[in-house]
Design a binder for this molecule. Structure first.
Ligand SMILES: *Cc1c(COP(=O)(O)O)cnc(C)c1O
Length: 636
């Protein structure tokens, strides 16, 4: 065991902060987590929360957004491609586009458009609504506005009008029949389209979204369809409208080799078309640039075995190599990174409201009753016999006895009192076993279950379905750490449960450099508020969340770091109120009020409410309609 005192470096390592933070977060000397959104600037997350809660009286949970981190990521990506282009003497350009489906929030889109202006970084829309939003953004005139997704006439018209506004709109054909629609609308409006074609690579991504690529992919044209598009455009004398070849092999590509293989195939297709006289200009390699959520730098599904610079360099190199071999001009490389730009900028802050678990529940063991069942007596003996040498065996025996206890209860052979005593004994056994485990760094596999059983349940004021939908839906993992006390060794092992009434609303898997952990090291509550930060939440989670149990959108604060460790809360947006959630299900606020008023008037007439109580009831009802949907405790 360690003899030196616990340090903030130990905590940083324990939670893997340097590995996954990308340098945007750190542990400071006092054991608090800081955001470090720009060189020399930092903001202590706990300070921001204390200001919101104590000074402004706001309720949690809250999402903290750092526009400086978003802008920083846009710069990093563009600079990575610039560096690669310079290093290899690549003769084409790079122009990114941000696929707004990853996060359509105003602050996110506007910050990216602004930070990307000088890089001519563009946007990508996948639906009519997204296009309507993108068209209203201030973008560099060369910046691309790519229109992906299946399209109807309205979508195409809007895209064509975009060109007349001076925007560099490219309509991507996702299936063959869209070509006819585009030609028809272009003719009708008298606007010349810029067309891209999405090609179905046989190459595939890796990790969770591997199925997005390959022959069975949902979007894209196969080689024969691609050639027919070219032929058709040539017949129409519109070949010069075909400006972009588009590919996308799925999000969160974990293995850089898959990127290279796909880009090589895409460049071969590009070169083939150019050789055939198609004046293509852009080669769009799609999204997929991953985020190393667990910091392990591996091909594990929540990691990546490459850096952003390696991604950019490998793409530039591969495109160049292939173009050289085929003797075609090097294209403007386009990539559609969404996850990698947005993940880091948002942190969800969640208060722990309570802790339960076998080591914390009521610890008294009720005294033995006369005629106590033998199985209970057996458990009593186990409890007395546990030692450092036999605790595994004793634990297994106890698990068996508890099962027997419950079976006998179901059959009527054990009464409720014996059951209560048996369960209390079992919990006491767990507590004793857990004390044997203290200080053992690696828990053997066969005891992992025990670890889970023993874990405290930290009840957290949030909804998994609203705030971490990908954790529930596809097992995505996000780094989670306490916001403070990181100069203090965490003595508990916990799992997290949310406040929805859904038993799926829990987190029992946590990031780890080697594997996945069943529990998260946490501190015992000491009466002070205990906040957890959920990091790298800015991609997809913000916009996929659902209103399970009518828990609505979370409040958010936009925070800018200032020199000297100062910060400024630029904007605070309150989360959705209960009435909005109720109305979204088809009810009307007035109707609800009316019903309560009618019922309370009746109760008053019937004598169960006096007029003062009726007034209070109506006031309290109103307050909840206007209130935050999450738990609101004083001083939390
Ligand atoms: C979703 C999507 C992206 C974004 O991918 P990330 O991995 O988040 O960067 C890019 N392009 C297309 C076509 C997409 O559908």
């Amino acid at each position: 065991m360690k003899t030196t005192p616990y340090s903030t470096t130990d905590a940083a390592e324990l939670y893997g902060i340097p590995s996954w933070s990308g340098g945007w977060f750190r542990v400071n000397d006092k054991g608090h987590v800081d955001a470090t959104p720009a060189p020399g600037l930092h903001a202590t997350l706990r300070d921001v929360i204390d200001e919101l809660v104590q000074e402004r009286g706001e309720s949690l949970p809250v999402i903290l957004r750092f526009p400086q981190i978003l802008a920083g990521r846009v710069r990093q990506l563009n600079e990575a491609f610039r560096k690669a282009i310079q290093e290899y003497g690549y003769t084409g350009n790079y122009q990114g586009v941000f696929p707004i489906k990853v996060n359509q929030r105003r602050m996110v889109v506007e910050t990216i458009a602004q930070a990307g202006y000088d890089y001519a970084h563009g946007l990508e829309a996948g639906s009519k609504a997204e296009l309507a939003l993108c068209l209203a953004q201030d973008m560099h005139p060369n910046a691309l506005l790519c229109c992906n997704g299946f399209k109807d006439d309205g979508f195409i018209k809007l895209a064509l009008w975009g060109r007349t506004l001076g925007k560099n709109v490219v309509i991507t054909i996702e299936k063959y029949s869209e070509l006819d629609r585009i030609l028809k609308q272009a003719r009708a409006l008298g606007v010349k389209p810029a067309i891209g074609v999405r090609f179905k690579l046989h190459a595939r991504g890796s990790g969770m979204w591997e199925e997005s690529g390959g022959d069975q992919a949902k979007f894209g044209l196969n080689a024969y369809e691609l050639l027919r598009v070219v032929e058709r455009l040539r017949e129409e004398d519109m070949l010069d409208s075909l400006v972009m070849l588009h590919t996308h092999i799925g999000s969160q590509i974990t293995d850089i080799r898959r990127v290279k293989v796909a880009v090589r195939e895409a460049t071969q297709v590009y070169a083939g078309l150019v050789a055939d006289g198609v004046p293509l200009k852009y080669l769009n390699v799609g999204g997929g640039l991953g985020v190393d959520y667990d910091g392990s730098k591996t091909t594990f599904y929540v990691s990546t075995n490459y850096t952003m610079q390696e991604y950019a360099s490998d793409i530039v190199y591969t495109v160049q190599e292939t173009c050289k071999a085929r003797e075609v001009a090097e294209p403007t490389i386009v990539s559609e990174s969404g996850r990698a730009l947005t993940a880091h900028h948002a942190v969800l802050i969640v208060p722990v409201v309570d802790v339960t678990g076998p080591t914390l529940d009521v610890q008294a063991i009720p005294p033995a009753q006369e005629g106590q069942h033998q199985v209970v007596t057996d458990m009593e003996e186990i409890l007395g016999n546990i030692s450092g040498r036999n605790y595994r065996e004793m634990y297994n025996d106890a698990v068996g006895d508890k099962q027997t206890l419950h079976n006998l209860f179901d059959l009527g052979y054990v009464n409720l009192y014996d059951r209560a005593r048996g369960e209390a004994l079992f919990n006491a056994i767990l507590r004793k076993v857990s004390r044997q485990l203290i200080g053992e760094k690696y828990v053997p596999d066969e005891l992992e279950d025990l670890q889970k059983v023993l874990a405290d349940k930290y009840i957290c004021n949030f909804s998994l379905f609203q705030s971490l939908p990908d954790n529930w839906a596809i097992g995505a993992l996000f780094p989670i750490t306490p916001l403070s006390r990181l100069n203090e060794e965490p003595t508990r092992q916990g799992t997290l449960v949310d406040i929805t009434c859904d038993s799926d609303g829990k987190i029992e898997k946590f990031i780890d450099l080697r594997d996945v952990k069943a529990t998260l090291p946490l501190h015992a509550l000491d009466g002070d508020p205990y906040y957890l930060g959920f990091f790298l939440m800015g991609a997809y989670q913000d916009v996929l969340g659902s209103a399970h149990n009518l828990f609505g959108k979370v409040s958010e604060a936009h925070v800018t770091a200032r020199p000297g460790g100062k910060y400024h809360i630029d904007l605070f947006v309150r989360g959705q109120k209960a009435r909005r959630m109720i109305e979204s299900m088809g009810y009307e606020e007035a109707m609800l009020r009316e019903s309560i008023q009618e019922q309370s008037a009746k109760a008053r007439k019937g004598g169960t409410l006096d007029p003062l109580q009726e007034h209070e009831l109506l006031e309290d009802y109103d307050e909840e309609l206007l209130g935050y949907t999450y738990l609101e405790y004083e001083n939390e």
